[in-house]
Design a protein around this ligand. Structure first.
Ligand code: ADP
Ligand code: MG
Length: 395
């Protein structure tokens, strides 16, 4: 299956206004951008549009505000970063819905680039509201999707805006699709295909694993994701991260894996502590997690087993940290796994905001064949799920 998207390079953009949906959902620490990968990856598209004489409206979400304006979810740090990059003022536009775009038009009279404040400050964005999408579309002549990381969401700025103005794929989106298609259309010569999944977005990611079982040869689970699976096997997981709504689904996935003959590898030991701020952790077997303790990293034996299985891989997809890597005592599993994957000969792809932070911190990003800007989106794409943001460009 080859996905052919309309290229924005082929369009005359002189004096046209382009609405670019980017994914600037960057990790922040007190309004400081911890990792700028997602912004940096969108800059070639921005440069291309400016070179072609376009005016550019950049729009993104950040975090998960619940439809209200909260300053900790402001894109102001991103506007500052872009201003420095472009060497010209990139204003951050607020209240653009309330004024029906008057502030956007006014800013574009004097600027080539403007950034809209967090789209999720409006609850209509996540609801995929048609009127909201129409208002956003009225700001521009042309729509470009360069937000691969959000393309699995049928949100207004993803699937709605290109219903009103012509929609094109940006350079980042096409690069992602080209690379991830190698896994989506995996050839026998590229097997075994091993997936390593972790992280904390359990409810979002568990439903996808069922699809992934039809493509992968081996799936290894670490991070917060593991505990819903361990719990469904009757294990006592203490106060580890568990999504109780996912437990039935986990049971179904384990049964399906067995039926299909897919190796589904769960941790055999974990590092536990009373909480994420603990100074040290203790390595215990998974059937020995005391009441009140949290599993915060995969244990030593699990690390060794995961790494030895990886040695046979021809293709590796990794999404989601193996533990709470933000805290020193719980980052060893993630670090070791990242280094092991980077050293493998396999075609290696890593996806996800947090997983990417880790490989950047370790300075091994260049050792991966592809670093995807999407976690959930890359997982859905390689699983064969139709992504609404991409489908909207094909209509
Ligand atoms: P990605 O951004 O790579 O797609 P997620 O957003 O799903 O990954 O998850 C990343 C988060 O998962 C990190 O903040 C990390 O601290 C957290 N995490 C990993 N393992 C655990 C665990 N055992 N318990 C709680 N949180 C965890
Ligand atoms: Mg994340």
């Amino acid at each position: 299956m080859k996905i052919e998207l309309k290229k924005v390079e082929d369009v005359d953009l002189q004096d046209r206004t382009v609405f670019v949906r980017v994914d600037y959902n960057v990790p922040l620490d007190n309004a400081i951008i911890v990792d700028t990968t997602r912004i940096d990856r969108s800059l070639p598209t921005l440069d291309l549009l400016l070179d072609k004489g376009a005016k550019v409206i950049l729009a993104s979400h950040l975090g998960r505000p619940k439809g209200i304006k909260e300053s900790r979810f402001s894109l102001a740090p991103v506007a500052k970063y872009l201003t420095r990059y472009a060497n010209e003022d990139v204003p951050l536009i607020e209240n653009y819905i309330e004024d029906s775009g008057a502030s956007v038009r006014e800013a574009l009279a004097n600027h080539r680039i403007v950034l809209l404040e967090n789209l999720r400050f409006y609850e209509e964005e996540k609801k995929g509201d048609a009127e909201f999408a129409k208002t956003l579309a009225s700001f521009a002549d042309i729509y470009v999707n360069d937000a691969f990381g959000t393309s699995h969401r049928a949100h207004a700025s993803m699937a709605g805006v290109p219903k009103h103005i012509p929609g094109y794929a940006g350079l980042l989106l096409r690069h992602e699709i080209d690379n991830l298609s190698r896994i989506l259309n995996i050839k026998d010569a590229d097997r075994p295909f091993i997936c390593v999944l972790g992280g904390a977005k359990v409810a979002d990611k568990i439903p996808i694993i069922s699809n992934l079982l039809e493509r992968a040869d081996i799936i290894m689970i670490g991070g917060g994701m593991a505990f819903s699976f361990l719990k469904c096997q009757g294990m006592n997981v203490g106060s580890s991260l568990v999504n109780d709504n996912s437990v039935d689904e986990c049971r179904y996935i384990l049964e399906k894996a067995q039926r299909l003959g897919i190796d589904f590898v769960l941790p055999m030991d974990v590092v536990i502590a009373p909480g994420v701020s603990s100074q040290t952790g203790e390595n215990v077997d998974v059937d020995n997690i005391p009441h009140g303790m949290m599993g915060l990293d995969i244990g030593q034996e699990t690390r060794e087993v995961f790494i030895s299985i990886l040695q046979n891989a021809r293709t590796i997809f990794w999404n989601g940290p193996m533990g709470v890597f933000e805290e020193e005592p719980f980052r060893k599993g993630t670090d070791m796994l990242a280094k092991a994957i980077s050293a493998c000969d396999a075609f290696s792809v890593i996806g996800g905001g947090d997983s990417v932070v880790v490989v950047n911190e370790l300075g091994i990003a260049d050792d991966f064949d592809h670093i995807s800007t999407g976690g959930g989106a890359s997982l859905e794409f390689i699983s064969g799920v139709n992504l609404p943001g991409i489908a909207a460009l094909l209509d």
